[in-house]
Design a protein around this ligand. Structure first.
Ligand SMILES: Nc1ncnc2c1ncn2[C@@H]1O[C@H](COP(=O)(O)OP(=O)(O)OP(=O)(O)O)[C@@H](O)[C@H]1O
Length: 285
């Protein structure tokens, strides 16, 4: 569906390259996460992919067509939601939608979308009266206006309360179920974990790691079992190697004789992997 080959990009005013040879492919129906520390080049890549920036080196294909050679049909078939919502604040939400709807040949079911994100009741309110979370939800509706085949989402749940974030994530999953393809950036690792089929970690304009969240967890996870049990009123914690765990008599004895509180494998989180791969902690603004 989407193929990026050896992408390089330098901002005209800069000396150094921002994107230093990125390659990846996204299959139809796949949700692909693009993760990395601030300044790694995520937004720059996204802007190149949606043809906001040109003068890059390398090639980008959408449905086997070089995007440099596709005309308006490209914009007809993609939906974009940037982190900072941009709407006409002196117009109502519905007026905003109607304005943008006219730009497209294909239109989605607006009432259904607005009801789903919980904005139907407030559709005639001025956007200036909308809260930050409402603007973000309206932004998502805008990305879906033309019933796109592929979505580009930059931090789509950032600034939403857990309930609204869950609704948006469910909508993204439904979009995928209906055959849609998604390119997504986020700092919220649990969202990425729940949504993405594959993720790429980008550091300083290069992809450092790319795989399914499960494979990454297996690769970076500690192969251990951690056991917590009660003894003389105190909690004791012991760790055992996963290999040969079924024959480990000490471990088996504890299981049979102790009052077990918890038992889990040393699976690592995407957050741990992020810090390991990028060498940079997550910023949760
Ligand atoms: N218009 C521009 N002109 C020159 N340099 C830019 C421009 N936009 C971004 N940069 C630089 O390019 C690099 C990558 O920025 P980019 O916005 O792509 O990072 P990011 O990974 O999206 O970061 P964040 O997570 O903070 O949004 C940074 O060093 C940034 O200063």
């Amino acid at each position: 569906m989407f193929k990026v080959e050896n992408l390089h990009f330098t901002y005209p005013k800069n000396k150094d390259e921002t994107i230093k040879g990125i390659s990846f492919e996204i299959s139809k129906g796949e949700i692909f996460g693009f993760l990395g520390p601030s300044g790694a080049g995520k937004s720059t890549t996204q802007k190149i992919l949606i043809k906001l920036l040109d003068q890059y080196k390398g090639a980008i294909y959408y449905n086997n067509q070089n995007i440099a050679e596709i005309n308006d049909s490209f914009f007809e078939s993609i939906g974009v939601s940037f982190e900072m919502p941009i709407h006409f604040s002196k117009m109502t939400a519905m007026e905003n939608i109607n304005f943008f709807l006219k730009l497209y040949k294909k239109n989605n079911d607006i009432e259904k979308l607005m009801k789903r994100v919980g904005l139907w009741e407030d559709k005639d309110k001025m956007v200036s009266e909308y809260s930050k979370g409402m603007k973000i939800r309206l932004n998502f509706v805008r990305a879906m206006l033309n019933s796109p085949e592929m979505l580009f989402l930059d931090e789509p749940t950032n600034g939403l309360d857990p309930t609204n974030a869950m609704i948006l994530k469910d909508m993204i999953k439904e979009f995928k179920k209906d055959g849609g393809t998604v390119f997504i950036t986020s700092h919220i690792m649990s969202d990425i974990d729940q949504l993405c089929d594959r993720v790429a970690f980008v550091v300083d304009g290069q992809i450092k790691e790319m795989d399914t969240p499960r494979n990454l967890k297996l690769k970076y996870g500690k192969r251990t079992m951690k056991l917590e049990y009660k003894e003389n009123g105190k909690t004791v914690i012991e760790e055992f190697p996963m290999d040969g765990i079924g024959q480990n008599q000490t471990f088996l004895n504890l299981l049979q004789t102790k009052d077990i509180e918890t038992l889990h494998s040393g699976e690592t989180t995407l957050e741990d992997i992020f810090i390991h791969v990028t060498g940079v902690g997550l910023n949760h603004e």
